[in-house]
Write a protein that binds this ligand. Structure first.
Ligand SMILES: Cc1cc2nc3c(=O)[nH]c(=O)nc-3n(C[C@H](O)[C@H](O)[C@H](O)COP(=O)(O)OP(=O)(O)OC[C@H]3O[C@@H](n4cnc5c(N)ncnc54)[C@H](O)[C@@H]3O)c2cc1C
Ligand SMILES: *[C@@H]1O[C@H](CO)[C@@H](O)[C@H](O)[C@H]1NC(C)=O
Ligand SMILES: *[C@@H]1O[C@H](CO)[C@@H](O)[C@H](O)[C@H]1NC(C)=O
Ligand SMILES: *[C@@H]1O[C@H](CO)[C@@H](O)[C@H](O)[C@H]1NC(C)=O
Ligand SMILES: *[C@@H]1O[C@H](CO)[C@@H](O)[C@H](O)[C@H]1NC(C)=O
Ligand SMILES: *[C@@H]1O[C@H](CO)[C@@H](O)[C@H](O)[C@H]1NC(C)=O
Length: 530
């Protein structure tokens, strides 16, 4: 940032317009003003794509700003130093023992891997560091305004032209700042607002004996505090699995409540965890116990941990209309506003571009909404679509065609309102990403992350890493159990830290695991000691 700019910043008055870095040096008025909200994976990948993957001669007259409310980037991977107490929500659901549940290469963007020596399923701190490395690798920090919370973004204009009036709280100086933008890219995440089912009788149960507690997993931190307690974990997703696995080592008893349809709804079946007993869905609470749908109850339970996921909210877009999960979805062509049922923002083209008729085309985009995808690569595919559409709005067909596409996408789903942004199409996230980038390939775009036409965007190894994620994790934990030398031996094969080396490691590990399973199976068959 040049010194004259720092000087200008220091002269800013309360409620002064926000002065922006990276204002073009060649033009007084930037061609396009783009605001990104959120400095997690999604926001950083969007920023990197605009700055690094579009032709520089094009973007040098653009003004690009990223707002992040916290004092560092990384999103959920940047821990909240405070111990959260309800009802105040923590800044991140991260807990000290959180390790990734996916192999780290699957969390990356192309050609930028975790450094050599990183455990295949690392502790959260390594993922935070990966985000910081993206910032320095592409020199992005001058675009990023930390400690700036976007409070409101309002569209001034109609469905042809206009601009966003953005209001942010500068937390360093405790003052509000205002700025105008042509395009708003929302990357504010969807793990901030807990989804908490309210069971009948729950409050009376909680108040009927000392020490009883119902807590959402966003507040979960250390398993030791559950020593001697009788814990019921509700939900079998990634959080429910991980928390059950940790709590069972300290609790007197641990149960997990799974809905009967959970086999269908979970991306992975709930594993067998020694000591964790499965029960059905909760029906209600009596003053003495939670009661399950099969009529059984568990009177010894004193702690209920709700690993029931999150609700999607974008509080700074006050024009969004709230609906409920059971509100029928009108035909996309009949939508007169952006709506949110807590799980699904609509109408969006491929979960990215807002098609609401209340603002100009391409004025509003979302990065990072999809669930059941590998975030980094999905964010990158979305960001490429947004960046190229901003560079050349003629790239996309007219709104009516995009709405027709949404209609066709939804028609392929059982219940689009409930499925929301879960990517359940054949081929999953890989197919989703490839289709987004194929739009760019079909219109002749190539380079800057877009492979030539006919070549799939998602490298084939990512499909393998996603499919084998569960097995690779068991294999990796087994390697770790064998000791430091074994870990060193496996990681030693990764010297430069490029994709080929990490892929080779994962492939060998999957092979090794198969052999282990096979030989332990045979030993069991022939009765040999294991
Ligand atoms: C406990 C947990 C474990 C997970 N483990 C894995 C895993 O192992 N592997 C995997 O692939 N995925 C995992 N995920 C999924 C994870 O959500 C993604 O990996 C990814 O971090 C999401 O990034 P994001 O940028 O979309 O959102 P976030 O990380 O939530 O980032 C959003 C950012 O926006 C900022 N923000 C929000 N509102 C505003 C505002 N008004 N003004 C300014 N800034 C704002 C927030 O402060 C935050 O920094 C996990 C998720 C959770 C909750
Ligand atoms: C990084 O950005 C700073 C400030 O914008 C600039 O002075 C510097 O030359 C850049 N470095 C590289 C390697 O591009
Ligand atoms: C920030 O400013 C508001 C009013 O502008 C004031 O009410 C509040 O106390 C201030 N907070 C801090 C931490 O200074
Ligand atoms: C410990 O758990 C068992 C069930 O496994 C239960 O019967 C017993 O009451 C619990 N004891 C205490 C002290 O909570
Ligand atoms: C929509 O719901 C959110 C919380 O989920 C709330 O903050 C917001 O005010 C609601 N909007 C309207 C228009 O009621
Ligand atoms: C834009 O708004 C006008 C007037 O409100 C309306 O007639 C027209 O159909 C809108 N166009 C689109 C593409 O939404």
């Amino acid at each position: 940032m040049p010194n004259w700019f720092r000087l200008a910043l220091s002269l800013l008055q309360f409620q002064a317009p926000l002065h922006l870095s990276r204002v073009s040096l060649t033009a007084d008025v930037p061609d396009k003003r783009i605001a990104i909200v959120g400095g997690g994976t999604a926001g950083i990948v969007m920023l990197k794509t605009l700055v690094d993957d579009l032709p520089k001669d094009l973007t040098q007259t653009w003004e690009i700003v990223l707002f992040e409310q916290r004092d560092d980037v990384g999103g959920i991977w940047y821990p909240d130093p405070h111990t959260p107490h309800p009802p105040d929500l923590p800044e991140s659901p991260l807990y000290p023992r959180l390790r990734t549940n996916t192999p780290h290469p699957s969390m990356t963007i192309p050609q930028f891997q975790f450094p050599p020596g990183t455990a295949l399923f690392p502790n959260h701190a390594f993922v935070h560091q990966y985000h910081k490395s993206m910032i320095s690798r592409w020199n992005l920090s001058s675009y990023i305004h930390l400690r700036h919370e976007v409070l409101a973004a309002d569209w001034h204009g109609d469905n042809v032209s206009g601009h966003w009036q953005l209001t942010a709280l500068d937390r360093t100086h405790n003052r509000t700042v205002h700025a105008g933008f042509d395009h708003l890219v929302v990357a504010s995440g969807h793990n901030q607002y807990p989804y908490e089912p309210k069971f009948q009788g729950q409050q009376v149960w909680e108040a009927s004996a000392p020490g009883r507690k119902v807590l959402h997993s966003i507040f979960y931190r250390e398993p030791e505090v559950y020593r001697g307690r009788n814990v019921l974990v509700v939900g079998g997703g990634a959080s429910g699995r991980d928390i059950s696995q940790q709590v069972v080592r300290f609790a007197n008893s641990t149960y997990v409540s799974l809905r009967s349809d959970s086999m269908r709804l979970l991306p992975l079946p709930f594993p067998h965890i020694p000591g964790v007993e499965r029960v059905g869905a909760i029906s209600h609470f009596t003053p003495h116990a939670p009661v399950f749908e099969d009529g059984t109850s568990l009177p010894q339970i004193d702690t209920v941990l709700l690993a029931t996921g999150y609700e999607l909210r974008v509080p700074f877009l006050s024009f969004i209309r709230n609906t409920s999960l059971s509100t029928p979805l009108p035909d996309p062509h009949d939508c007169d506003a952006l709506t949110n049922n807590g799980r699904y923002l609509r109408p969006l083209f491929r979960h990215v571009l807002s098609l609401a008729p209340t603002h100009a085309p391409l004025a509003l985009a979302f990065i990072g909404l999809p669930i059941f995808v590998s975030n980094g690569i999905s964010d990158f595919a979305q960001a490429l679509l947004v960046a190229h559409a901003l560079a050349d709005p003629a790239l996309l067909p007219p709104a009516s065609a995009l709405l027709a596409d949404l209609r066709a996408q939804e028609a392929a789903l059982d219940n689009p309102a409930r499925i929301g942004h879960r990517i359940v199409q054949p081929g999953g996230g890989t197919a989703y990403q490839d289709e987004l980038v194929a739009i760019l390939q079909d219109s002749g775009r190539e380079g800057g992350g877009i492979p030539s036409r006919g070549t799939r965007f998602t490298e084939p190894w990512r499909e393998f890493a996603t499919r084998e994620s569960g097995r690779l994790r068991l294999a990796w934990l087994k390697i770790e159990a064998l000791g430091k030398d074994e870990v060193r031996k496996w990681l030693g094969s990764v010297k430069r830290g490029d994709e080929a080396e990490w892929v080779d490691l994962m492939e060998r590990l999957a092979e090794w695991f198969k052999e282990q399973m096979w030989s332990s199976g045979t030993r069991r068959l022939i009765g040999a000691p294991t």
